[in-house]
Design a protein around this ligand. Structure first.
Ligand SMILES: Cc1ncc(COP(=O)(O)OP(=O)(O)O)c(N)n1
Ligand SMILES: Cc1nc(C(=O)O)sc1CCOP(=O)(O)O
Ligand SMILES: [Mg+2]
Length: 221
């Protein structure tokens, strides 16, 4: 039987997905407590410093800092967690991630992907994309809120995240589905006033429950 990854907070709250340590620092300072560093299409050595810095900031703020894709570096620097998509699952060493005590979040876009993700017993399931998005080219159609609710009905015992095209205006109806977290890129990074957008999104989604315990936080705080 597949062993489970460590649980994360049932409610992860607002979950910005950003591509630099500058964004990580300013959003943690603004009260965000779940966050992801997502740098695409670089060699591992090119992102190592950013990953290391992001993880250190996550520990400093006792936040849930997830590293997208670069799971080896996430293990090396003891991140709170790793986020992987379906293709990433083909190549990642899931046993190594689990043995290092990291949380695992997995992307899903339909029932088949959800079945596959659930079999791995991850820490959270991401459901996307909910609305059309300009941030990432998607091969599938947006699921919409009805499909999101149908998927959530299968997931009462695991932390859930909605992602894709979630604007400030749409966030309340996404939150009303009962999903545990709202993940956003452009709603914050392209906002005319990112501070105001973050404050309003935190009001809607919250900052999540509890504080993060990373593999080394009992040692380094
Ligand atoms: C919270 C969250 N959900 C989904 C994704 C997308 O992950 P993936 O499918 O691996 O695509 P890339 O982000 O790697 O392009 C995510 N990063 N975060
Ligand atoms: C990185 C990513 N993954 C998605 C998925 O559905 O798996 S949608 C997405 C981009 C989300 O950006 P925005 O909030 O700007 O729409
Ligand atoms: Mg990925």
């Amino acid at each position: 039987m597949t062993h489970a990854f460590p649980a994360t907070a049932p409610q992860l709250g607002l979950y910005p997905v950003v591509d630099s340590t500058a964004w990580i620092a300013r959003l943690l300072d603004a009260g965000v407590r779940t966050i992801q560093l997502r740098i695409k299409d670089r060699q591992e050595h090119e992102v190592e410093e950013a990953v290391r810095t992001a993880i250190a900031l996550g520990k400093q703020y006792r936040a849930r800092l997830f590293i997208n894709d670069y799971w080896r570096l996430a293990i090396q620097y003891q991140a709170y967690g790793v986020h992987l998509g379906q293709e990433d699952l083909e190549v990642a060493d899931l046993a190594a991630i689990r043995n290092a005590g990291l949380r695992l979040g997995i992307s899903t876009h339909d029932d088949a992907e959800l079945d596959r993700a659930l079999a791995l017993r991850p820490s959270y399931i991401a459901l996307g994309h909910i609305f059309p998005t300009q941030t990432k080219e998607m091969p599938s159609a947006p699921q919409g809120l009805t499909e999101l609710k149908r998927h959530l009905a299968r997931l009462p015992h695991i932390s859930t995240v909605a992602i894709g095209g979630i604007t400030l205006a749409r966030a309340p109806e996404v939150k009303a589905t009962g999903v545990g977290s709202i993940a956003v890129v452009s709603a914050i990074t392209q906002a005319p006033d990112w501070r105001a957008a973050t404050r309003q999104l935190l009001d809607i989604a919250g900052a999540g429950s509890g504080i993060a315990e990373t593999p080394s936080s009992s040692v380094s705080g």
